[in-house]
Design a protein around this ligand. Structure first.
Ligand code: COA
Length: 327
C-alpha cells in the first residue's frame, strides 16, 4: 500500500463581504445576537456571475502552484459541493475544462459539510492502491444561492468559498494521511435539507411559492447532534491509532458555529490554541470550510512537520467523518 500525502493547498473566497451590520439592514437581527450565538462577524458572497467551478478554479490554481504540479498531471478531480454549477454535468467536469486537466477523470461527491472529508477518503483509496498518483480534492460552495435571505434563523450562518488540496501517492508510509473515517445517518435527513429542485420536488411554481428551493434547518437539534458526532468522530480516529486527545497538535473542525466548536473542545479537554477557528470571517462555508481552514493553518505556520493533525467534519445527511494526518 502506498503512502498518501497532501503536497499543496489553496483557497479562495469572493471579494464581497457581508457583515453582521449589513444583515441588520436586511432582517430583524443584531451583530450582538449573531456574534454571541455563532462567533460569526462577516461572510463572503459570490458575485452574480461567479459559480462554484469559478471559485474552485481559483483555489485549485493556488493548490497546484503550491504543489508544483501542472494541471495535466492530475489523474482525478473530486469536487465536494451541494451547490454545483449545474445539476449535470458535475462541477468537477466544469473545473476540469477551466483547468485544462485533460487527462483527469472527474466527479462530484455530495456529503454537504462533510464533503471534503468524504472527498479525501475517496482519493485515499485510489492512491493507496496505486490506481492513481495525483488527485485534486476541492470543497466549494455558493450557499448564498440557496439561502433564504428573509429567514433570520439560517441566513446569518452561511458564506461562500472554496478550498483545494493536491494529494499524491508515495512510498513513504511513515507520515501523511494515516486514515479517514466516514459515517452517515439518513434518518436525520430532514434536519438540514433543501427539498426543492430534485426529482421529488422538481422546480415548479408551487416549489417556488412554498420556498422549497431554499435550505431549511432545524437549528437546535442540529446543534446538539453536531456536538455529539464531532466528539464521536474525533475519538474514533484517535482510538483506532492508539492516540489520546493530548497527542493531537492541531484540530481543524468544520466551521459550523463557534459555539459548536467550543462545546466539542470543552468536552474533549482541548486547549484553545490547538483548535483552528476562522468562522468569524467566513461563516459556515459547508464543504469549503475544512480545506479553507487547512490552507490557512498551513500558510500561517500552525502546522509543523511531524505534527498530528485531525480534520473533523459533520453535515447534512446526517454525515460525519474525520481524517488523521502525521504532517
Ligand atoms: N437574530 C435575532 N434573533 C434570532 C435570530 C437572529 N438571526 N435567529 C433566531 N432568533 C431568535 C429566535 O426567533 C428565538 O426567538 P424566540 O425565543 O422569541 O422564539 C431566539 O432567537 C432563540 O432561537 P434559537 O433557535 O433557540 O437560538 P439558538 O441559540 O439555538 O441559535 C442557531 C440558533 C441557528 C444559531 C443555532 O441553533 C445553531 O447554530 N445551530 C446549528 C446550525 C449549524 O451549525 N448547522 C450546520 C451544521 S453542519
Amino acid at each position: 500500500m502506498q503512502g498518501v500525502h497532501i503536497i499543496g493547498t489553496g483557497s479562495y473566497v469572493p471579494k464581497r463581504v457581508l457583515t453582521n451590520f449589513d444583515l441588520e439592514q436586511m432582517i430583524d437581527t443584531s451583530d450582538e445576537w449573531i456574534l454571541s450565538r455563532t462567533g460569526i462577524r462577516e461572510r463572503c458572497l459570490a458575485d452574480k456571475d461567479e459559480a462554484a467551478s469559478d471559485m474552485a478554479y481559483q483555489a485549485s490554481l493556488v493548490a497546484l502552484d503550491d504543489a508544483k504540479v501542472p494541471p495535466g498531471e492530475v489523474d482525478l478531480l473530486v469536487v465536494a459541493t451541494v451547490t454545483p454549477d449545474t445539476p449535470f454535468p458535475s462541477t468537477a467536469c466544469h473545473l476540469q475544462r477551466h483547468l485544462g486537466a485533460s487527462r483527469a477523470a472527474a466527479f462530484d461527491v455530495g456529503a454537504a459539510c462533510t464533503g471534503f472529508v468524504y472527498g479525501l477518503s475517496v482519493a485515499e483509496q485510489y492512491l493507496r492502491t496505486g490506481r492513481y498518483r495525483t488527485i485534486l480534492v476541492v470543497g466549494v460552495e455558493v450557499l448564498s444561492r440557496i439561502v433564504d435571505w428573509t429567514d433570520r434563523n439560517t441566513c446569518i450562518l452561511f458564506g461562500d468559498g472554496a478550498g483545494a488540496a493536491v494529494l499524491q501517492a508515495s512510498e513513504d508510509t511513515s507520515r501523511g494521511l494515516l486514515a479517514t473515517f466516514l459515517h452517515a445517518d439518513g434518518g436525520m435527513a430532514d434536519h438540514l435539507i433543501m427539498y426543492g429542485g430534485g426529482s421529488r420536488h422538481p422546480i415548479s411554481e408551487e416549489v417556488l411559492h412554498r420556498r422549497l428551493h431554499f435550505l431549511r434547518m432545524r437549528g437546535n437539534e442540529t446543534f446538539k447532534i453536531a456536538v455529539r458526532t464531532m466528539i464521536k468522530a474525533s475519538l474514533e480516529a484517535l482510538d483506532q491509532h492508539g492516540y489520546r486527545v493530548e497527542d493531537v497538535d492541531l484540530f481543524i473542525p468544520h466551521q459550523a458555529n463557534g459555539r459548536i466548536v467550543e462545546a466539542v473542545s470543552k468536552r474533549l479537554g482541548i486547549p484553545d490554541e490547538k483548535v483552528f477557528v476562522n468562522i468569524e470571517r467566513y461563516g459556515n462555508t459547508s464543504a469549503a470550510s475544512i480545506p479553507i481552514a487547512l490552507d490557512e493553518a498551513l500558510r500561517s505556520g500552525r502546522v509543523k512537520e511531524g505534527d498530528l493533525v485531525l480534520l473533523i467534519g459533520v453535515g447534512a445527511g446526517l454525515t460525519w467523518g474525520s481524517a488523521l494526518f502525521r504532517w
